[in-house]
Design a protein around this ligand. Structure first.
Ligand SMILES: [Zn+2]
Length: 181
């Protein structure tokens, strides 16, 4: 028996665009709605709860847009216990890397990284664990040194105090950037 989600409840009105996305009619209303949904099929289905913006147009009726889809996607990631797309972008930002550079260092596919970040697909648990491990600068620098014959350079202040010793233990090929005078 497929599960049926609990009914939605309107929480409050939100600021939003004035005109309808679909027909251009002004006077569009946006409300924050607590909207339970079923994730998974049949007996495996579980109810997840999200608060999403719902637009109401006097001519088209009520609808949700990409913003609601993104919120549902992120809730599924949290339910599965994997990084959200934003957290994957944050990982790249932490090391100031393009998708191409992250792909080169990790051996992950550049197009896979793009699809995870744009909410096209969710990374599997193995890849998710790999990404989480890379949040540790010591592991990231180790991966970087595996991917490159050149010594890895770390910026002053980038490494926690105990990290240099850990890197030496793992045989990571690295040099520290000299501190600017
Ligand atoms: Zn409309």
């Amino acid at each position: 028996m497929p599960r049926i989600a609990s009914p939605p409840t309107v929480l409050r009105e939100l600021d939003g665009p004035d005109t309808c996305d679909m027909c251009g009619t002004p006077g569009l209303k946006t409300e924050l709605v607590r909207d339970p949904f079923i994730y998974g099929a049949g007996d495996e289905g579980v109810e997840l709860v999200v608060d999403i913006p719902v637009r109401t147009c006097s001519s088209c009726g009520s609808y949700t847009d990409d913003q609601a889809e993104d919120i549902r996607h992120d809730e599924v990631c949290r339910y599965l216990g994997v990084l959200t797309p934003t957290e994957i972008r944050d990982l790249r930002a932490k090391y100031d890397l393009s998708r191409r550079e992250l792909a080169r260092i990790t051996g992950l596919g550049e197009s896979s990284i793009a699809r995870w970040e744009t909410r096209d697909i969710i990374q599997n648990v193995g890849n998710d664990r790999y990404l989480r491990l890379l949040q540790d600068p010591a592991i990231f620098l180790r991966a970087k040194s595996l991917a490159s014959p050149e010594p890895v350079h770390a910026e002053p202040g980038e490494l926690p105090p105990d990290l240099e010793a850990r890197l030496r233990e793992t045989g990571t090929n690295f040099t520290l950037q000299p501190v600017a005078a």
